[in-house]
Design a binder for this molecule. Structure first.
Ligand SMILES: O=C(CO)[C@H](O)[C@H](O)COP(=O)(O)O
Length: 330
């Protein structure tokens, strides 16, 4: 349902319906404040229209920053992936004054570069082990906000920064919103392993139930190989990555599976993040954002403000509570 503002606008523009206007608004990049000694983004010209998935990522990131990065937040974890650059853009748009006394902690090489290029202050988690908030992407998120992460091989640092933060928030596009992990992210649970132990861990994972060939005939359990380099992917920590798919019966209990895998000697970290997220923000194709909270509540935002409003954050269009009724009836 379009917000009142969108309805008013679309009724004054013949031939423009609410959903299409929402889509256009979703593609509008807001004017931003120049950052001292940093890059200066356009102040009035919208950037080129993004493909729907990119626009959805941007909406999710903007909404999450507006809600979770306030003036009082000084130590901020920045995750990895293709959604996170929009998180940094929105933080930069809060202006130099908001960012002057903040320190940003990256989950890997990519986010370190983002922080440096945005002229934000870079720190590391060994200097700042207590973060106010970390915002990160995810490869898939289930009903209980458990996630698969590590598509970019960053899960070790990502989990450290998730645990170090008072609040851990996920930003993603609509394709990541799932009921059972492994439904859309089918290549398996990313597992970081000590290089010399990889063959032993592969054997262990096979014994745990990860198939070498999937039921559809595609390759299953495997050491992740690099695309533009001969040999395996090497993580920012100098380790290898194994991708281990498991049948739905095991993926339905991600915490149990996480503990089983983590107990294998040679495993450094597992890309299953269970019971950690406070909220997941999913940008949708129609320009709306769905927020799923850890307690089961679901909010739908019909729009995201063009510029960050540090005082009042977002306006919730409406709130649906999807928690089961106390008597157990739907
Ligand atoms: O876990 C990750 C990297 O290890 C990323 O957060 C995950 O792959 C999501 O990335 P994107 O925002 O590109 O979908």
């Amino acid at each position: 349902m379009p917000s009142p503002a969108v309805s008013r606008l679309s009724s004054s523009m013949p031939g423009v319906d609410g959903p299409s206007l929402i889509r256009q608004l979703a593609n509008f990049v807001p004017p931003t404040q120049p950052v001292s000694a940093g890059r200066q983004l356009p102040t009035s010209v919208p950037l080129p229209v993004l493909p729907a998935v990119e626009a959805a990522k941007r909406l999710a990131a903007f909404a999450a920053v507006d809600r979770h990065v306030g003036l009082e937040h000084k130590f901020i974890g920045i995750g990895s992936g293709s959604t996170v650059p929009y998180v940094v853009d929105r933080i930069v748009a809060q202006g130099p004054e908001a960012n002057r006394h903040r320190v940003f902690i990256p989950t890997g090489f990519q986010s370190k570069e983002l922080i440096i290029k945005a002229h934000l202050t870079l720190g590391d988690v060994d200097q700042f082990p207590n973060l106010d908030v970390t915002i990160d992407g995810a490869d898939e998120v289930d009903n209980d906000l458990n996630c698969i992460k590590g598509g970019g091989a960053c899960q070790l640092r990502e989990k450290v920064l998730a645990e170090a933060a008072t609040t851990w928030v996920i930003v993603a596009d609509y394709r990541k919103n799932s009921h059972v992990l492994g439904t859309t992210w089918t290549q398996g649970v990313p597992i970081e392993v000590a290089p010399f132990a990889y063959a032993k861990v592969l054997t262990n994972l096979s014994q745990l139930g990860s198939p070498h060939i999937l039921p559809n005939g595609k390759p299953g359990l495997a050491l992740r190989m690099a695309k533009m380099k001969a040999g395996p992917v090497v993580s920012d920590n100098g380790n290898f990555i194994i991708d281990a798919p498991f049948p739905p019966e095991q993926m339905k209990k991600p915490a149990e599976l996480l503990h089983q895998i983590k107990m294998l000697t040679g495993v450094v970290e597992v890309g299953l993040f269970c019971d950690m997220a406070e909220a997941a923000y999913f940008g949708n194709e129609d320009g709306t954002v769905m927020i799923r909270h850890a307690d089961g509540a679901v909010e739908n935002l019909n729009s995201v403000p063009a510029t960050p409003d540090l005082a009042s954050a977002l306006t919730s269009a409406f709130i649906e509570d999807e928690r089961p009724a106390p008597d157990g009836k739907a």
